[in-house]
Design a protein around this ligand. Sequence first.
Ligand code: GLU
Ligand code: MG
Length: 439
Amino acid sequence: MSTLQTRAERAAQALSAADRLSAAGVDGVVLGWVDNAGLHRVKAVPVGQLPHAAEWGVGAAPCFDAFLVDDSMAPTGSPVGDLRLVPDIAALTALSAQPGWAWAPADRYAQDGEPHPGCQRLFAGRMAAEAGRRGLEIRAGIETEWVVVDGAGAGPAYGMRRLIGLSDYLRDVLRALRDQGLTVLQIHPEYAVGQFEVSTAPAGPVEAADTALLVRHTVQAVSVRHGLDASFAPAVTAGGVGNGGHLHLSLRRAGRNLGSGGPGRYGLTAEGEAFLAGVLAELPALLALGAPSVASYLRLVPGRWAGPYRCWGRENREAALRLIPGSVPEQANAEVKCFDAAANPYLAVGGVLAAGFDGIDRGLRLPPEVSGDPADSGYAERLPADLAEATAAFKGSDVLRTALGEELHSAVLAVREAETGLFAGWTAEDVIAATRMRW
Ligand code: GLU
Ligand code: MG
């Protein structure tokens, strides 16, 4: 990652990358970062400027930390100041569905070269480094669900008719992802009309968040080439099944998966269980990172497999924390199902790691499993029912405040509070209309 490199090293790495990209017909490089509202914001440079951009960064206003989903600003936003966007050259990718363009996720630094405390990707990097310090290897993956809007993709849920109808389109999604070096595990028509899902191979925490962005924008770029448009929003139609952004995680110590072969339930090791218990303990607060929009709570309701209950269960699709021992023990993992793609993936992944590490430090144990539909269990607690409730939990979370740092925690808080105010009193239909094509 760029954090570990000097300016000169970054410039040298970018110079050879720029030569390679130019030879491959790339003209422009997009530098992307995700704001606290979960929107991927970008600046772009001609490929010849990439070494300079890698060495010195590209200017971007700090007020983006206060941006809301509708491009207005929380009261904390100021027109003054500048930050530097520094592309991570190791993650630079030529975009197959946008010929002539490449993309690199950027970290944000102050003018003097110090890390910007409000940088979400650097936060995820710190949590990844903390995992390394603890001797843990993290594998993460974020599933992408989307709805092809306005008519295309009709047919039954999971239906072959749906796949046939958009056969060339889905093939092009597969091709583009493969050509960008991503390993697709699965692609399928999902439940809602026009809805599809693609999942990619697990990776380290920061890389998994980078990949989630790359997958989403590749799907969108292929959609545009096919005259289609894709919605990744948590809620696409009022009362309908929404788009999740489920986060899968597994932990390894010395190559051994902590979710299998242990003495605990379904083979959990004590450390693996403590990590998950930490996540469950912080889940209401984590929702402010993983389900960060007013629209998120239109999705997070019972009966839609969105995981709206604060409980865990083996292969339980209504539980926020779904344990997947799997048929291959090596692949055992847990899924945070309540998250959606409105999330800034760096905040979501980093926040979950922080909560899990706290669970390990406190030696937490999981509560009893919910093995049926949580709605019938009589004791499974609902997660926050709206953004205001999740934001209040986030405000009171010392674990997340400490991990994020005061500046990032308060920037996120300001955006959540402002968005709660922005949409206060709106109908579901109006919230959806305003947010459906934003992420
Ligand atoms: N679309 C559902 C959600 O909102 C998830 C369906 C599934 O993959 O289980 O999370
Ligand atoms: Mg799905």
